[in-house]
Each structure stands twice: as structure tokens, then as C-alpha cells.
Design a protein. Structure first.
Length: 172
């Protein structure tokens, strides 16, 4: 998505938000440009992973920048008038993408060997210690169990990342 597209899709929504919260169109324009700079810096971070929709992320940046400006101006805590349409849209979108990510996980988990599924289940669901898992699964010791768990987790992660849906779901 290019800068022009971002402006076309989201700028008017940000202007409306700023105006509802004691701002002007000029302030909204300055803030939007500042938000784009913040966005670019965030996206370039090596461990960056978008966990909401792009709009939710951008709106959150704009909201936080505007709150910061209002606090600086007034010197006290500020309450914003939120866009209920945005909140509803964000909650629905988040729920949909969460369900789709869970479905992807379940499908790929089912593709693992029974041994890997059991290993990951014991560790993550039943929260058993590695010594208990080693004993239950017949490993020589907990270090062997740790290595096996690591291999199983990597296999699952690789399968998920190889799925064509992953690219779309990881950005939401």
C-alpha cells in the first residue's frame, strides 16, 4: 500500500477524529504526516508484527499522538471522543482474524506427528515440566525432551509460515 492510498483511505477519518477532539484540519494534516513517519519507523523494526488491521494500527498511532499533544497543551489528563464505528469495526475485524489464525494453527497442528502433538500439548496445554514430559514420553532426560520440543515447535512454525494464508493473517 502506497502513501497516496493511505491518504485516500484514512486521512478523512483522522481529520474527523481530530476535529471531534478539539483540533483543526491543519493540526490533523500535521499529525497524519507525523503518524506516517512513526508508522515507517515501526514497520522497519526487525521484530515488528502487525497484530491488528492496518487501519487500527494507524488510528492508534494518530490517537496516541493527538492525546500527547492535547496533554501538552492543557497540562492535564484528557478524554477523547472515540469513533464508535471505528471501535465496532476494529472489534469485529480483530475477532475474525483471531478466529482465522486459530483455524490455521489447528490445521497445521493436526499435520504434526502424533509425538509432536503430544509433546506440545503436554508442555503448553498441561503445563508440565520437561522432566515430567521426558519421563512420560520415554526420553533419556529433560535435555533430550527440550530439544525435541524445540524441533516440534519449529516444525509447526515453519508449516504455519509456509501456508499461503499466513501472509494475510499475520498483518491483521
Amino acid at each position: 500500500m502506497g502513501i497516496r492510498q493511505i491518504y485516500d483511505l484514512y486521512f478523512t477519518k483522522v481529520v474527523a477524529f481530530i476535529k471531534r477532539n478539539s483540533g483543526s484540519a491543519t493540526e490533523a494534516e500535521d499529525l497524519f504526516q507525523e503518524a506516517l513517519i512513526v508508522l515507517l519507523h515501526k514497520v522497519r523494526e526487525p521484530d515488528f508484527q502487525l497484530t491488528s488491521s492496518f487501519y487500527s494500527f494507524l488510528y492508534g498511532i494518530c490517537r496516541n499522538l493527538w492525546l500527547k499533544q492535547l496533554r501538552k497543551k492543557s497540562g492535564r489528563e484528557v478524554t477523547l471522543h472515540e469513533d464508535s464505528e471505528y471501535i465496532d469495526e476494529m472489534q469485529i475485524e480483530t475477532a475474525i482474524f483471531k478466529r482465522e489464525r486459530q483455524q490455521l494453527f489447528r490445521e497445521q497442528f493436526a499435520q504434526l506427528s502424533e509425538r509432536c502433538r503430544k509433546m506440545l500439548h503436554l508442555f503448553y496445554q498441561e503445563r508440565k515440566k520437561m522432566t515430567e514430559i521426558a519421563q512420560e514420553m520415554g526420553f533419556a532426560n529433560d535435555n533430550v525432551a527440550k530439544k525435541e520440543k524445540s524441533k516440534c515447535k519449529k516444525r509447526l512454525t515453519d508449516q504455519i509460515r509456509a501456508d499461503e494464508r499466513y501472509a494475510d493473517l499475520r498483518w491483521h
